[in-house]
Write a protein that binds this ligand. Structure first.
Ligand code: NAG
Ligand code: CU
Length: 320
């Protein structure tokens, strides 16, 4: 009966693109701001692939922004944010598809200060990174693997960020087809937040477009090599005077000088690796899902109307 349920689910997904995802809700210290609240959203869950387009800042372009929340969400500096990506806006993050497991890659968060987050034009400048996580060779997990396992992705607003309104750019990059450029799939939406408390951080900033190029090793990247040495694109995240702004729980008892060095890398590695199911054996893969490739053990046939097409030796997907 599991298979029946899976087939029914696959059939239901056949009319939409199964691989994609959309950042559509967030929590502040464990309290949801409400689905689609405080966000600028497209209804289509597709990626941005052109890192030189203006849509690389807060989506739009091929996925027009059509859902504007009128609300700005208060976020205390130092707060823990949980970002919820869901496959489509109709998905329930508790039970539904988050993003296809093939879509491995890093997760990053940037802020840009604006006067009124509800009404500001999407800024091309002023962006600074507050969090990043790529690949952890110790656990063999990408940030996206943790997002899928946890049905949400946690990060912290650095306590030293200056108070005020910001657009918060929460970004996931799927690398399954990133061997050539364009190919990396950037999934980001921008939240409208008002940081309260905080400090007086005055960070160096980058532009979107501008922070990434098609030749960046973090954008043009072969996911299927071994060992994996992944360089997260963009600048390194800001730090607050040696205080690690990430969600690591390890107590730091090092000297100030050593701490300053240690905090320049932000990948958290303290979580135990929880595994997610990979391929599921039989059944038919949904539209755009993975259906083949070296070490793939999941379904190799596709739902009606789709055939399994090879993208490279490691990844085939169900295409019309
Ligand atoms: C941001 O928060 C501060 C501090 O609570 C408040 O005074 C201000 O009105 C808020 N601004 C917006 C635009 O929400
Ligand atoms: Cu996709």
């Amino acid at each position: 009966m599991k298979n029946v349920a899976r087939l029914a689910a696959a059939a239901a997904l056949a009319s939409v693109v199964a691989g994609h995802s959309i950042f559509a809700e967030f929590e502040v210290n464990g309290v949801s701001a409400g689905k689609e609240n405080g966000l600028r959203l497209p209804t289509y869950d597709g990626p941005i692939e052109d890192v030189t387009s203006s849509a690389v800042a807060c989506n739009g372009g091929p996925n027009p922004l059509v859902k504007f929340s009128p609300n700005v969400i208060d976020v205390p500096a130092g707060a823990e944010i949980t970002a919820r990506w869901i496959h489509t806006l109709d998905t329930d993050w508790r039970t539904g598809l988050i993003i296809d497991a093939s879509h491995k890659g890093p997760i990053m968060v940037y802020l840009s200060k604006v006067s009124n987050a509800a009404t500001a034009a999407i800024p091309s400048g002023g962006w600074f990174k507050i969090h990043e996580e790529g690949y952890d060779s110790a656990s063999g997990k990408w940030a996206v693997d943790r997002l899928i396992a946890d049905r949400g992705y946690k990060f912290r607003i650095p306590s030293c960020v200056a108070p005020g309104n910001y657009l918060m750019r929460v970004e996931l990059i799927a690398l399954h087809a990133a061997g050539n450029y364009p190919g990396a799939q950037l999934y980001m939406e921008c939240a409208q937040i008002n940081i309260t408390g905080g400090g007086s951080l005055s960070p160096a900033t980058v532009n979107f477009p501008g922070a990434y190029s098609g030749s960046d090793p973090g954008i043009k990247f072969n996911l299927y090599q071994s060992p994996i040495n992944y360089v997260i694109p963009g600048p390194r995240p800001v730090t607050c005077g040696g205080t690690q702004p990430q969600t690591t729980t390890a107590a730091r008892t090092t000297t100030p000088a050593a701490t300053t060095r240690a905090t320049t890398t932000a990948t958290t590695t303290t979580r135990a690796a929880t595994t997610t199911g990979g391929g599921s054996g039989g059944g038919q893969q949904a539209a755009w899902g993975q259906c083949g490739g070296i070490s793939w053990t999941g379904p190799t046939s596709c739902v009606s109307g789709y055939t399994c097409k090879e993208i490279n030796a490691y990844y085939s997907q169900c295409a019309p």
